[in-house]
Design a protein around this ligand. Structure first.
Ligand code: UGA
Length: 438
């Protein structure tokens, strides 16, 4: 099928390459000519394991091209996927839909052949209906343009696998034709037995908001338990294992620590709250405000712990932060808890050095006041405190004996509860973590 994918960020670039991988003829579209040039030459504009391979294969097959021209896109696609960002609106908790609207405004007047517009971005419930009215107003008279919503559940770091082998596909359609078209798009996944749920657009949009709200709630729940554990000397890691054995609860997303960040969970729970308020059902999701607050508090609790461990004053103290990205296997520093802590430690006077296997460049670009160590050992040289804030596997594999020799004081905060504490203690380190007994 001839598909366009409009917006080539994490979501769109991966979707475009994966759709070509399963046999479609794909045109990726972006307003950023640099990004388009990079992608067209097989250079991923972001770090994502496995993406470069799938991108190269797709380009070599001749089934994937890129353009900045929406008119070319309008002529190419039987199906147009909208994959642009929906960030938090400045000065508000609501989602900023200007990029989604701009795609529709640019595309609709050029749609002469029958086609299907499919949104994949995370949007407030009701967006499909609103955009359908917009398309009806802007498309040429008699144009047959349908709208559908097909939320995306991929995780950064697993984006390719999540796209090719999703745990479910959800489509929100208003008619049989759109359903049939989307079934043809996803035919290989359907054949592989991927659960395929067809619903109305409002439900499809809500599924995404609900899924991310649930994940965020799960993380804040365990971090709330960590706070209670700290008040009692109990151990949140054991608690998570113990409740996680109950299959109704499940162990995943119960890793206590610095909490969630990134371009999705934080802004999605805020946008969901704002939309619920507009709909007059604010109280139904008011708890998400608490979820957000608990999450933010883990950052300040970590900074406070660092301050206490260094005797109450951070001024001039040498601190090393391991990890700058919001999660491992990504170079994404958007709303990164690790980076937020590094910035706050610096603001309070500490001499902070940051290390990250992939995210250092983006971290320094966002926060030029921070310094990055060239390599891990240099970053830790002379440190009075090391904070492990993003759980990259290379940190788990660190030799604590070797590291103890380069730091000034072998003092560690494990903000992700992911290092082997016994081995570090055996190597002479004092190890602290939120929700864990000393
Ligand atoms: C999240 C969802 O998991 C995806 O399903 C969704 O498609 C995506 O948002 C999106 O809306 O686009 P992602 O932001 O890539 O994916 O990252 P997650 O793996 O969900 O992690 C989010 C944050 O939660 C990270 O900062 C991570 O460190 C933190 N986290 C995760 C915890 O603090 N504890 C946990 O137990 C799990």
């Amino acid at each position: 099928m001839r598909l366009t994918v409009i917006g080539t960020g994490y979501l769109g670039a991966v979707h475009a390459a994966c759709m070509a991988e399963i046999g479609h003829d794909v045109l990726g579209v972006d307003v950023d000519p640099e990004k388009v040039a990079d992608l067209a030459e097989g250079r991923p504009p972001f770090y994502e394991p496995g993406f470069e391979d799938v991108l190269t294969r797709a380009l070599d097959s001749g089934r994937l091209r890129f353009t900045t021209d929406l008119r070319e896109a309008a002529a190419h696609g039987e199906v147009h996927f909208i994959c642009v960002g929906t960030p938090q609106r400045a000065g508000s908790r609501a989602a900023d839909l200007r990029y989604v609207d701009a795609v529709v405004d640019g595309l609709a007047p050029n749609l002469s052949a029958p086609c299907l517009l499919v949104g994949k971005s995370t949007v407030p419930v009701g967006t499909t209906a609103r955009l359908a009215a917009r398309v009806a107003r802007l498309a040429p008279p008699g144009a047959r343009v349908e709208l559908a919503w097909n939320p995306e559940f991929l995780r950064e770091g697993f984006a390719v696998d999540d796209t090719l082998r999703p745990d479910r596909i959800v489509t929100g359609v208003t008619g049989k034709a759109a359903d049939e078209t989307l079934r043809r798009v996803y035919a290989p996944m359907l054949a592989a037995g991927v659960p395929y749920l067809v619903t109305d657009p409002n439900t499809a949009e809500l599924v995404k908001s609900a899924a991310n709200a649930f994940l965020a709630t799960k993380i804040s729940f365990i971090n709330a338990m960590a706070e209670v554990c700290d008040a009692t000397g109990a151990d949140v890691a054991t608690l998570a294992d113990a409740i996680g054995h109950d299959t109704r609860i499940g162990r995943q997303f119960l890793n206590a620590g610095l909490g969630f960040g990134g371009g999705c969970l934080p802004k999605d729970i805020r946008a969901f709250t704002a939309r619920a308020q507009e709909l007059g059902v604010g109280p139904a999701v008011a708890f998400l405000g608490q979820v957000d607050e608990i999450n933010q508090r883990q950052r300040s609790r970590t900074v406070a712990l660092a301050g206490r461990l260094l005797g109450g004053d951070l001024t001039g103290r040498r601190v090393t932060v391991l990890g700058a990205t919001f999660k491992p296997n990504s170079d994404d520093v958007r709303d990164s808890p690790a980076l937020a802590v590094a910035v706050e430690l610096h603001r309070q006077g500490a001499r902070v050095r940051v290390h990250d296997p992939e995210g250092a460049a983006k971290a320094v670009l966002a926060h030029p006041e921070l310094r990055c160590g060239a390599d891990l050992l240099t970053a830790c040289q002379g440190a009075e405190l090391v904070l492990h804030l993003t759980e990259w596997s290379e940190y788990r594999e660190l030799d604590p004996v070797k590291l103890a020799r380069v730091v000034r004081t072998p003092l560690l905060i494990d903000g992700r509860n992911a290092l082997p504490h016994d081995a570090w203690r055996a190597a002479g380190w004092t190890v602290k973590a939120l929700g864990r007994p000393a």
